[in-house]
Design a protein around this ligand. Structure first.
Ligand code: HEM
Length: 466
């Protein structure tokens, strides 16, 4: 369909490449200036994609928070080469419902709470050598911790040499594949094409010219893939031999049955594990960095967190007590309100839809925006200020606050993420006095596929508290 002739909401007229450049360099500034110029619904034209109508219209948000598949589906084709075609990210309708039903039980809050002691142990292992005067890039540090959570608790790898080999190959792969160059290329030649380059090129006798760009990524991917296959195989053999119960999420996923009674095939399982890896570490690391940034910029809130943790935990940090940290929880929510790691949720319209005075045609992308809703002055008092108290003593409605997404597509790792964030934040600020380095130069930019702080959030450890 030729969208050029459609009557879409107004938006910037700059060429798509320039719009994309601004969005990558200054995501908050770009969204805020579009909101000021065009109101709560505007159209972006990004290269390689249908027009994207960003909106904070409350009727749209309400209608997309439902639990059915009759509305638009998710549009995240650019993730295809990161997670594989069988990922839950690309399933729709009944196949999505079935896959989600199979993957969700291991993520129920009660089960996840059992991981708290292990999460504390992993966090401590990463920070035990930190000393006064050290300078660290917090996004990088939290990436290492959150990747460790996923590799140990989701994949069940606890042999340190294997863990290191896996993490190095995975990070090598991800760091390259999330570069703007690769994203740009995938918009130009198509995500499936990039997928084929990465997964096909080590095996090809006569390489394609483009293979050279992806040679190293493909090598890293091959290590990741082989190790995942080995872990799946080990886990199936272990379960068949009735070894002592494993508590990792992979062990549970190998035993689930799809509705037709069949187990997930290795290829389907591998793609779900890749999805949990990417969903679990990068978003968590950036969310954590923003929470720390907010606290270090607000000494009163920081002092209150430290006091709460000291009072609740007493002499020894007890991971099962993190659920009592009400103010830490409020800090997490307030920082996700101000700095959600995704600005909007891309949904592909299957049918035309009315938004305000516009009838949007099928085939365009609708982007309900948590960034705009979270900063809407009609919903939030003093919307740009960090005021964690607003989250104490009451749940926010989904249509006002949705950092984990909406409806049937909502993040299924949210209970895992919330627990790990609380443990990391409570542990870190109760053990160290930290300071932001050059705080005025820190601003939101696209880091890989997420919005994170510039320069990896550099901090200094001023002293050790306990
Ligand atoms: C603070 C950390 C996290 C944030 C902010 C976050 C955010 C999100 C968002 C915005 C979505 C898209 C939802 C939509 O389209 O409506 C999503 C989906 C998803 N997330 Fe997370 N996430 C986090 C952590 C995790 C973790 C730890 C895991 C797993 C270990 C995970 C696994 C997933 C999966 C599998 C999906 C796809 C769900 C589906 O297609 O049904 N996420 N997440």
């Amino acid at each position: 369909m030729n969208f050029e002739t459609c009557d879409l909401p107004p938006g910037p007229s700059a060429p798509g490449v320039m719009q994309m450049g601004k969005l990558l360099r200054d995501p908050h500034g770009y969204f805020s200036s579009c909101y000021r110029l065009y109101g709560n619904t505007f159209t972006l034209r990004l290269p390689g994609r249908p027009p994207t109508v960003i909106t904070s219209d409350s009727g749209v948000i309400q209608s997309l928070s439902g639990s059915g598949y009759d509305g638009p589906g998710r549009h995240v084709d650019e993730f295809r080469y990161l997670v594989g075609n069988n990922s839950v990210l690309f399933a729709h309708g009944e196949p999505h419902r079935l896959l989600r039903k199979a993957i969700t039980p291991p993520f129920h809050g009660d089960r996840i709470r059992g991981y708290a002691p292990e999460m504390l142990r992993i966090t401590d292992a990463h920070i035990e050598l930190w000393k006064t005067g050290d300078q660290r890039q917090m996004t990088r540090e939290s990436r290492k911790i959150t990747l460790d959570f996923i590799v140990r608790l989701v994949l069940g790898i606890d042999d340190s040499a294997r863990l290191e080999r896996f993490s190095a190959a995975y990070l090598g792969y991800m760091n390259y594949m999330t570069k703007p160059l690769v994203f740009g290329l995938s918009a130009y030649i198509g995500a499936q094409q990039v997928y084929d380059y990465v997964r096909g090129c080590p095996a090809r006798k006569n390489p394609y010219p483009m293979d050279i760009l992806f040679r190293r990524a493909a090598r890293n991917f091959r290590v990741v893939d082989e190790m995942l296959q080995e872990e799946i195989h080990k886990c199936r053999t272990w379960t068949a031999a009735s070894g002592p119960a494993r508590t990792d999420i992979l062990a549970m996923l190998t035993t689930v049955r799809l509705e037709d009674g069949a187990a997930m095939s290795d290829a389907v399982l591998r793609d779900q594990l890749l999805t949990l890896l990417i969903g679990g570490y990068e978003s968590s690391a950036n969310t954590f960095s923003w929470a720390l940034y907010c606290l270090l910029r607000h000494p009163d809130a920081l002092a209150r967190v430290q006091k709460e943790v000291d009072t609740v935990m007493g002499k020894q940090f007890q991971p099962e007590k993190v659920k009592e940290l009400e103010y830490v929880d409020a800090v997490m929510s307030e920082s996700m309100r101000l700095f959600p790691v995704a600005l909007y949720l891309p949904r592909l319209l299957k049918e035309s839809m009315t938004v305000g005075s516009y009838t949007l045609p099928a085939g365009i992308v609708l982007g309900p925006s948590m960034f705009l809703v979270h900063r809407d002055p009609a919903i939030w008092e003093r919307p740009h200020e960090f005021l964690p108290e607003r989250f104490i003593g009451g749940k926010q409605q989904v249509r006002q606050f949705f950092p984990f997404g909406l409806g049937v597509w909502r993040c299924l790792g949210a209970p895992f993420a919330e627990l790990q964030q609380r443990i990391m934040l409570a542990r870190l600020v109760s053990r160290f006095d930290l300071r932001l380095l050059k705080p005025d130069r820190i601003r939101p930019v696209h880091v890989g596929v997420m919005v994170g702080p510039t320069r990896g959030l550099p901090i200094q450890i001023d002293s050790i508290r306990a």
